[in-house]
Every structure is written in C-alpha cells, then in structure tokens.
Design a protein around this ligand. Structure first.
Ligand code: 0L1
Ligand code: MG
Length: 265
C-alpha cells in the first residue's frame, strides 16, 4: 500500500509521533495539520516508526489488531479496524508493576492473543486459515495510550500512532484454539476489586480469528506476511478502561485463566 505523501513529509510526521511516544506527550491529531492524510499515509508513517525502533535495537515480537468491535469503532468515530506492531520494549511481565510515568493517558482492554505455527499470507486470508495456522491462544491485556490529546483522532492519525500501542501483558493458560469455543469465551475485568467490564470474545468481529485474518490481509496490502511464531493480539473484547497509579487490574478469562498487573508512578 503506497502512501501518497512524499517521503520527507512521512519522515516529518513520524518525527512528531515518535517524540510524542518517547516523551509521553499529547499532540494534536496529524490530520489537523495534514487534512488529506490517507489510511495508506498513516501506514507509511507507522512503517517508518517501526523502521526507526528496530534500527534502535528493539525486536519485533508481533502485531495487534485494533478497533475491532463495532462498539469501539462507534466510540472512536471510525469505520474500519487497524493494525499495529509490537516490540519487546512494549512487553511487560504478568503480575508486574507497570509505570505510567512514560504514558500519556493509559487504558486497559482484554484480548485473546494468538501464537502462530505457520506463515500466514494475504490477501484472502480467512478465520479458518488463521485457526489452522494457530499454535495456541492465551489471554492478554493491552495497555493502549493514544498520543493524541483526549484520545481524539481519525483512522489515518491513529494508524500513524501505531494504533495506540503502548504496553501489553500476556499470561494465564495457553490453550489449543480447537479445544475452545472462542466466539463465546467470556471475560470479566476488575479494577481495584470492582467489576468494570464484562464481555464475550464475539465482540471482536464476531470471532477473534476474524481479526487476525483482517490483520494478515492488511499486512499483505503493505507487501508483508505474518511469519510463523508471531504473537498477535486480536483486539479489545471489553471496552478500554482508564488506569492511573495505584490501580490494580485483573482480567479473568473463561478457560484461559487470568492476567493481572498494577500501575505505579
Ligand atoms: O487496540 C485498540 O483497539 C486501540 C486502537 C486505537 C484506538 C484507541 O486508541 O482507542
Ligand atoms: Mg487493543
């Protein structure tokens, strides 16, 4: 997918997003400055960010699908999902203390993560192909953090910001997808001992494997495939809940165990 903007403009926009991410600083959405920014341009900025982070020594460990539920698309005012990349610098251990000092306004959401055993190549990737290529699934919590002021953005801008990727925590019990009814898998999220969200995984495009297939097809538009051994977060099942220092969060997944963490300054 070739962006229409000149490389120098892509680099300039990547500078803005990169410094906002590194300095945990909110900025105006990119389309305030470039109203004609397209989804393809957003992915070009995201690819430039990935190139820079990998050149700096971070390791690509996987991908994420975002904006995968109708409710979330409506909440954020967009009409299609997005994808983002995950590096080792974003991973946090289960039950750990996660600092918010390097985040702008973090929110947590529960997701099913897939680990693949075979390469997946689009276009035309389907949920069935994803399930056939999946080694196992595990529960995960994504900590998203839009670098845009008040979480206000459009699709091109959020894609340029790597789909709000910030931190992620995998844990619980790894299971073969074939042993589970992933569509009806229930999740309960608690914050500070109170239930703050309850949902079933069908909230993610009807089935979380659909979101992974979408991701593979978007990668194909960028001339890329999903290699075997990839970790893929399939999108928020629950709504995203704001967190601050002092909060502790536990996500309980039916059949997959739980994932917990606490937030500190
Ligand atoms: O992972 C997600 O679904 C987040 C995608 C970007 C939208 C947001 O920041 O809420
Ligand atoms: Mg997410």
């Amino acid at each position: 997918m070739a962006g229409a903007l000149k490389e120098s403009v892509i680099a300039q926009l990547a500078d803005q997003v990169e410094s906002a991410q590194r300095e945990a600083r909110a900025i105006a959405k990119l389309t305030d400055q470039w109203p004609d920014l397209t989804v393809a341009d957003g992915y070009a900025v995201q690819a430039e960010l990935r190139r820079r982070y990998l050149a700096d020594g971070q390791r690509l460990v996987g991908w994420k699908a975002g904006l995968t539920s109708r409710a979330k698309m409506k909440q954020m005012g967009v009409d299609q999902p997005c994808i983002g990349f995950l590096t080792d610098a974003m991973a946090r251990p289960e039950s750990s203390a996660i600092s918010t000092a390097d985040l702008v306004h973090p929110r947590v959401e529960c997701e099913v993560a897939f680990v693949t055993a075979k390469d997946l190549q689009g276009p035309g990737c389907t949920a069935e192909m994803v399930l056939e290529a999946t080694d196992y699934v595990l529960p995960a919590v994504e900590i998203i953090d839009s670098r845009y002021a008040a979480f206000k953005f459009d699709l091109a801008s959020v894609i340029a910001d790597n789909c709000s990727s910030a931190r992620f925590v995998g844990g619980g019990r790894a299971r073969y997808a074939s042993e589970l009814d992933l569509r009806n898998l229930g999740v309960v999220m608690e914050k500070n001992g109170e239930i703050v969200a309850v949902a079933a995984a069908a909230a993610v495009l009807g089935h979380p494997a659909e979101a992974v297939a979408m991701l593979v097809n978007v990668l194909a538009e960028q001339g890329e495939r999903l290699p075997a051994g990839s970790f893929v977060m399939s999108g928020g099942i629950t709504e995203a809940i704001p967190v601050q220092p002092g909060d502790s969060v536990i996500a309980r997944f039916q059949e997959l165990g739980s994932v917990s963490m606490r937030f500190v300054q």
